[in-house]
Design a protein around this ligand. Structure first.
Ligand SMILES: Nc1ncnc2c1ncn2[C@@H]1O[C@H](COP(=O)(O)OP(=O)(O)OP(=O)(O)O)[C@@H](O)[C@H]1O
Length: 253
């Protein structure tokens, strides 16, 4: 198989970050020889915390620096061209630890529009994807990044919802947009925090295949409180088992 670019998307607060971190954990264990990159593309910057990574420099920092240098440059190159020329800076910003590389998009300070950082992010994903066997992207909540074609190169789209109607509506909207804009190979849903199996039959994913259902995970709650990495979750914790099932269903594990 070629490289896999896995994106995790869904409504805010449903568990995208925890699931992305658990996917990284699983890939590191299943494929110790593989080159694995985790990208924190959520401006809320949770993946770094979930994986206990100390971020050195973000894509947004690099964007600002090269935009500033571009303004002094009389050759009128576009910022994305400049970014291509400073590819080494992106690789330099990656933190290597526990068997994976990590890159954060950062939190653009200018209020309002993330369009510009999103077009950088898209360029960065294309630029770095070929250098890794697996890329795992923890996306921003909602449809914006899919809509702006940031996720164009994604091969596996994992939609996360909780059992709420709002959650399932968001994943159906993301799927609709992705069907037009993303050439994904596989798509599926993880239903997170589903504690009552009786509730499952009322959940309407709009025909999107369910990859796995994950009940509340006590170990994750403990990790959260103690600020420990999801990499340290025990093998039998609900999140780990649910992510294993999902990766298997997608043909990745
Ligand atoms: N299966 C689970 N069991 C217990 N706690 C969970 C589970 N899934 C997520 N949580 C907790 O719910 C909270 C939100 O999860 P997480 O940050 O992963 O969601 P998110 O979708 O990435 O949120 P955001 O959209 O804000 O980035 C966290 O405190 C996380 O530990």
């Amino acid at each position: 198989m070629g490289n896999a670019v896995i994106t995790v998307a869904g409504k805010g607060g449903v568990g995208k970050t925890s699931i992305s971190a658990a996917i990284v954990r699983q890939l590191v264990r299943d494929h110790p020889e593989a080159r694995i990159l985790a990208i924190d593309a959520d401006p809320a910057v949770g993946l770094a915390t979930a994986l206990a990574v100390q971020v050195k420099e973000t894509i947004d920092d690099i964007r600002k620096a090269i935009t500033a240098s571009g303004e002094e440059d009389k050759s009128k190159k576009t910022a994305i061209e400049l970014l291509g020329e400073s590819k080494f800076r992106i690789f330099d910003a990656m933190v290597e630890q526990d068997g994976f590389a990590f890159l954060a998009v950062g939190r653009p300070e200018a209020a309002g529009c993330y369009c510009s950082i999103n077009s950088y992010l898209k360029a960065v994903i294309s630029m770095v994807s070929d250098e890794f066997d697996y890329v795992v992207i923890d996306g921003e909540a909602g449809i914006e990044q899919v809509n702006r074609r940031v996720m164009e190169r994604v091969t596996h789209l994992i939609l996360v919802t909780d059992p709420s109607k709002k959650g399932t509506q968001v994943i159906q909207t993301i799927k609709k947009v992705a069907d037009e804009l993303v050439m994904y190979k596989a798509i599926g849903v993880i239903i997170n925090r589903l504690n009552d199996p009786q509730v499952a039959r009322y959940i309407d994913t709009g025909g999107i295949p369910v990859l796995s259902e994950i009940p509340d995970d006590k170990n994750l709650a403990l990790c959260d409180v103690q600020g420990r990495s999801v990499m340290e979750l025990p093998d039998d914790s609900n999140l780990v088992l649910g992510v294993q099932r999902a990766l298997k269903a997608l043909g990745i594990a």
